[in-house]
Design a protein around this ligand. Structure first.
Ligand SMILES: *Cc1c(COP(=O)(O)O)cnc(C)c1O
Length: 393
């Protein structure tokens, strides 16, 4: 607990009682010298844990060479990294950002510029889904249309149509000539760790193809190895036209990217978009190391293996405790839906040394670094069993 809490920062994050002074691998040390196992992972960000030696080294080396030149100049660092992203995915082109929501904004601009380029000026509407979270800018607030996030900030932007989660019949009813894109998180994160059915995603792709609609995935949280594949769409038979990536992409260094096929971003020509910092040399130096490690097949296989182990064990715990309604999620993005207040249980887990992040729909989110080992998973399971055991008493 922190003694002298100051309050110069706008209190949008509420009360914050824990402060950390250092981290290593999957552990964090608080300023009062307690050790925590980090299953929040900085909200699914610290994909390679804390202070990974290769990332520290890359950042330090770059920091002593060059910090920033602006996007007025060619950058072979950027081009080489973009090549890596494209070679490992569906994409042909990339736009760099500093955060997830900027990658969403860039994607929305790709959509609008595509239909405008082809003179289909009516195709302004984007379909989104109940429970979605795409970030906090006005476009993202308008896309997700969730009162919890937009209340008091109206008017929202027009051009978004929210439909029920995973419901193909309702989805089809909303398709008309004015739809320009579908924006979907393959695994809803903030919404409560809810994966869409793979079949649903594949059907949506087919409907998009038939109706000249772009398919835009938000993999800000579900991407970069979290599902056991580099991007979670790889579990389906389809590919998107556009994809937003961030969070795990640079393991904690602020960075994001909007990926696109060449066809979809045909309207993104000179002057159409920009960012002062996007693709900054420091961010790229870290991201280059991250993609090299995470795109490795052996690495992804070990994520998948550990995730399946964690899932089986959590399912056993689910059987034991009435308090748990459901264990859900995919890969190392798992959620425990509980009957009582998820915030109280989340705090109890934290007090017992296991960091986690609450999500909507009464869910406790577990998103450990992808380098987590079986014995660290066992340590987390022990704390989870202990806490639910106490609540059940
Ligand atoms: C976190 C998140 C965002 C927003 O990312 P920021 O980096 O906070 O702007 C967008 N979409 C999803 C799915 C997210 O989880």
């Amino acid at each position: 607990m922190i003694k002298n809490i100051k309050d110069y920062i706008m209190p949008t994050y509420g009360e914050r009682k824990l402060e950390f002074k250092e981290g290593s691998g999957c552990y964090l040390i608080s300023t009062d010298n307690k050790k925590y196992l980090d299953f929040g992972g900085g909200i699914a960000v610290n994909s390679l844990g804390h202070c990974h030696p290769k990332l520290v080294n890359a950042l330090q080396e770059q920091a002593s060479k060059l910090w920033h030149t602006s996007n007025l100049y060619y950058s072979s660092l950027q081009e080489n990294y973009a090549e890596q992203l494209c070679k490992n995915t569906f994409a042909d082109k990339v736009f760099f950002t500093n955060s997830g929501v900027e990658a969403i904004e860039a994607g929305i601009k790709v959509v609008r510029s595509f239909h405008s380029y082809h003179k289909n000026f009516h195709k302004k509407n984007i379909i989104t889904f109940e429970g979605a979270f795409h970030g906090r800018t006005f476009a993202a607030l308008s896309a997700q249309q969730n009162k919890k996030y937009f209340e008091g900030f109206e008017p929202l932007m027009p051009g978004f149509l929210k439909v029920p989660f995973n419901d193909l019949i309702n989805f089809k009813k909303n398709i008309d000539e004015n739809i320009g894109a579908v924006l979907l998180e393959p695994i809803q994160g903030e919404g409560g760790i809810r994966p869409f059915d793979l079949k649903f995603i594949e059907e949506v792709r087919k409907i998009c193809d038939k109706n000249n609609i772009l398919f835009f995935l938000d993999e800000v949280q579900s991407g970069f190895g979290r599902s056991g594949k580099l991007f979670s769409y790889e579990w389906t038979k389809i590919e998107p036209d556009i994809l937003a990536s961030a969070k795990g992409i640079a393991s904690g260094f602020p960075f994001g990217a909007c990926l696109s096929t060449e066809k979809a971003c045909i309207g993104m020509t000179k002057g159409k978009h920009g960012s002062t910092y996007g693709g900054n040399p420091l961010a790229i130096s870290v991201a280059t190391e991250v993609i090299e490690i995470i795109s490795n097949k052996n690495f992804l296989n070990s994520v998948d293996k550990n995730a399946r182990y964690f899932w089986r064990k959590l399912k056993n715990i689910e059987k034991k405790f009435d308090e748990i309604i459901e264990v859900r999620g995919a890969g190392l993005l798992l959620g425990i839906k509980v009957k009582s207040d998820n915030i109280i249980i989340s705090n109890l887990l934290t007090e017992n040394g296991l960091l986690n992040v609450p999500a909507n729909d009464s869910v406790i989110r577990l998103a450990p670094p992808l380098i987590i080992t079986e014995s660290e998973i066992d340590e987390a399971l022990k704390i989870i069993e202990k806490v639910f055991g106490k609540i059940n008493e």
